[in-house]
Design a binder for this molecule. Structure first.
Ligand code: PLP
Length: 382
């Protein structure tokens, strides 16, 4: 029976957290909380110690992403989901085009569709397991898609739609599960936004955005100009990107942030940069991902869900299992053995494993995981 399979401890990964977000938090990040126990935790975010922490995060991310001249790092409360609504309120002037190919990319499009002051968005819908980019569209002022569709394990290219700059359209990329794990040229984007509980291995609750001068300008013009019917658009202060930028420039947030999240994020950004920055992080994730894809290609009962090798994510790996092997059972046995959060995205509804291979995850632990899956599957068959 499933719950009697015990994986020998010598086979187990050192750390059993393989979630696609929340994801593994390194012990050094937790120790950083201890180090800040009396100087940072429980102190004002408007005073120098916490503001220095935010400054270090902003500088560190600017380095990590090789932010071009004029680009700024902004942050605020609410996570990437809040940034979608902020983009609807503060960045899309009239109408946006979306590439949607999974749960997360579709959610932003739905937000835009429900905003009464925006025209109906133009959607380019792809099938789960593939990606779809928005195409050049007349009369849109923003193009939006996700760098990594976390629900399916698909990574999409990030480059501006041809003609978009000439029509003054901005490019808004959801980098939530990609940022820190996949290579990106942020000069191809105007907002590259993400939350810290994926590759940056912190807790959730924050959004962070790398913003171009065009995005900063767009927010100011949208927030100060009239809508189609001549009325002024109501931009709630919480959704005002301009206000967020003003606070970020002072190394603050509009309202009180979780200081613990900031401490763990700051530690992770420093760790990534000290090890070699984006090149190092993305090579490490590519290595971990290839361990799983190669194993699945060799396996008799597993195969990569994403058919196009170029679209296979190096951040979130999705593996289909044969019908004869129940992914739910495998996931449950793994969990009983301390290996957690390997289930597929619920709404995708496939017989699938989904494994987060963010920079904090050791490639050797990923190799151990594949051996553990084989061990479990062999014994489930008995
Ligand atoms: C996790 C995720 C989100 C949502 O992030 P929250 O911090 O929960 O708002 C959005 N987009 C993508 C691609 C994600 O992976």
């Amino acid at each position: 029976m499933a719950n009697t399979i015990v994986i020998p401890s010598s086979m187990l990964p050192e750390d059993g957290r393989f979630g696609s977000g929340p994801s593994k938090i390194r012990i050094e990040q937790v120790h950083a909380l201890d180090a800040g126990a009396k100087t940072l935790l429980g102190t004002s975010h408007r005073q120098a110690p916490v503001r220095q922490l935010v400054a270090s995060i902003r500088e560190g991310l600017s380095d990590f992403f090789h932010a071009p001249e004029g680009y700024e790092i902004a942050l605020g409360n609410g996570g990437a989901s809040a940034f979608w609504d902020m983009a609807c309120a503060s960045l899309i002037a009239r109408r946006a085009a979306f590439g949607t190919y999974g749960s997360f990319s579709a959610k932003f499009a739905k937000s835009a569709a429900s905003a009464p002051f925006l025209e109906a968005p133009v959607r380019y819908d792809g099938e789960p397991g593939t990606y779809r980019l928005p195409e050049y569209t007349e009369d849109v002022d923003a193009y939006c898609w996700a760098h990594n569709e976390t629900s399916t394990g698909v990574a999409a290219p990030v480059r501006r739609v041809a003609g978009s700059v000439e029509q003054d359209a901005i490019t808004l990329i959801d980098g939530t599960s990609a940022a820190g794990a996949l290579p990106v040229d942020v000069s191809q984007t105007d907002a590259y936004y993400f939350s810290p509980q994926k590759a940056f291995g912190s807790d959730g609750g924050l959004w962070i955005a790398v913003l171009s001068p065009a995005a900063i300008e767009r927010a100011a013009s949208v927030e100060h100009s009239a809508t189609l019917d001549g009325a002024r658009r109501w931009v709630p202060p919480f959704l005002s990107l301009t206000t967020a930028i003003e606070n970020s420039r002072k190394d603050q947030t509009l309202n009180t942030p979780s200081v613990a999240t900031l401490i763990m994020l700051e530690n992770q950004v420093r760790w990534l940069n000290d090890n070699g920055g984006m090149d190092w992080a993305t090579a490490r994730c590519a290595k971990s991902a290839s361990i799983i894809y190669d194993w699945a290609e060799r396996s008799e009962y597993a195969r990569p869900f994403v058919a196009d090798p170029d679209a296979r994510s190096h951040a979130v790996v999705t593996i289909d299992l044969d019908d004869a092997v129940s992914a739910n059972q495998v996931v449950a046995v793994l969990r009983d053995n301390g290996i957690v959060d390997t289930s597929g995205y619920r709404k995708l509804g496939r017989n699938q494993l989904r494994i987060g291979v963010f920079p904090s995850v050791e490639p050797s632990d990923v190799a151990a995981l594949t051996a553990c899956v084989d061990y479990v599957v062999e014994r489930l068959a008995d």
